[in-house]
Design a protein around this ligand. Structure first.
Ligand code: SF4
Length: 350
């Protein structure tokens, strides 16, 4: 057995020798000696093993604005890690080289970083905490859970940049140790999710996102990459915005980002800025207080304005802040309390 195999959490063995993985909502039933949909979990002798525990494809220090999380410690730096594989295979994935990689075929050179080493690197580089990002963090659940527990012991913060297809069971295990959940809501129809992600019931993503906020008090921000002809219709955008407002609250940031032609969607044009601006208007009309444009550097809708008086609070230039008038969660201009993450709403008992 490879020294890099790690017995998985959240699985059970079925009477016919298959194992059922309960880490993500695909809930694969995996035959003996076979892998799950994500190619990272192996049924070996009726036990389930992760092939990617501590297997890191990419690590770097990056600003929180790159996730993007705009209302969660603006301007802070994060030790950011990704592994190999994904439980989705989106046809236009920007990180397809790692997300679509077959870790079992060993074609990709990955390094091994233990949870302890990732904590040390986070501290040594003066980062606010750890970001599991670049590909779906749920698929290396065991590694992120061990790391998140250590992060808390060391006074560090944590977050997932996720497609939200985590099971409620997995969320509840890591919930006490996770501070923020940046979730893709890629569309708002079964048709879209079936076509793009091979997901039959996307509402499970919405339920887990709401649970992250309500049960665990995580800070939640939503992103929708707007793809011309796929999810740019007014009705679908309005349904996303309405769900955010009704289920997560009017102060939840919504990032509408520009699609750039890529991979199997190379024939689709770049999203016009006017489409993004229209999406923002839809979000604002529904009642969302903070709708941001993404991937359009220098656009004024990347900045944060007070939802009350309209004053500029944070000016962003790409991934960096050129002005920040928020201190101790108060707008310096009118002392208006801004809805940013405070940690006070955390329900974790560690
Ligand atoms: S984590 Fe992988 S093996 Fe487990 S249910 Fe999801 S896709 Fe299947």
């Amino acid at each position: 057995m490879s020294s890099h195999l790690k017995e998985a959490l959240l699985y059970h063995t079925l009477s016919d020798g298959r194992v059922r993985c309960n880490v993500c909502q695909r809930r694969c039933k995996i035959k003996p000696e076979e892998l799950g949909y994500c190619f990272t979990r192996l049924n070996k002798k009726r036990k389930l093993y992760s092939l990617i525990y501590s297997k890191v494809s990419c690590s770097m220090i990056s600003p929180i604005e790159k996730k993007p999380l705009f209302h969660f410690y603006p301007g802070s730096s994060w030790f950011s890690l990704g592994t190999l594989g994904c439980n989705f295979r989106c046809p236009g994935c920007q990180n397809w080289d790692i997300a679509h990689a077959r870790t079992d075929l060993d074609k990709y050179e990955a390094e091994h970083i233990t949870p302890e080493e990732s904590i040390n690197l986070t501290k040594r580089n003066n980062c606010k905490g750890i970001s599991w990002t670049y590909n779906e963090p749920t698929i290396w659940f065991e590694f992120t859970l061990d790391s998140a527990k250590l992060a808390k012991e060391n006074g560090l913060l944590t977050h997932y940049v996720t497609n939200g297809f985590t099971t409620p069971q997995a969320l509840d295990l890591i919930g006490p140790y996770l501070d923020a959940f940046r979730v893709d809501v890629k569309g708002f129809s079964d048709e879209f999710y079936k076509k793009m992600c091979h997901v039959d019931d996307f509402k499970g993503i919405l339920k887990v996102t709401k649970r992250a906020k309500e049960k665990w008090g995580m800070w939640v921000e939503i992103i929708t990459n707007i793809i011309p002809g796929y999810n740019d219709d007014e009705a679908q955008l309005k349904r996303i915005a309405s769900w955010i407002k009704n289920d997560l609250g009017e102060f939840t940031p919504w990032h509408v980002t520009q699609f750039v032609p890529h991979l199997e969607l190379s024939h689709i044009p770049t999203t016009p800025v006017a489409t993004l601006e229209k999406a923002r208007e839809i979000g604002q009309n529904v009642g969302l207080k903070y709708v941001y444009l993404g991937n359009v550097w220098g656009h004024p809708a990347e900045n944060t304005h007070c939802h009350n008086c309209g004053k500029l609070l944070i000016e962003r230039k790409g991934f960096y802040l050129s002005q920040n008038h928020i201190k101790d969660l108060l707008c310096r201009i009118k002392s208006q309390v801004i809805k940013l993450y405070t940690g006070l709403n955390r329900k974790a008992t560690i």
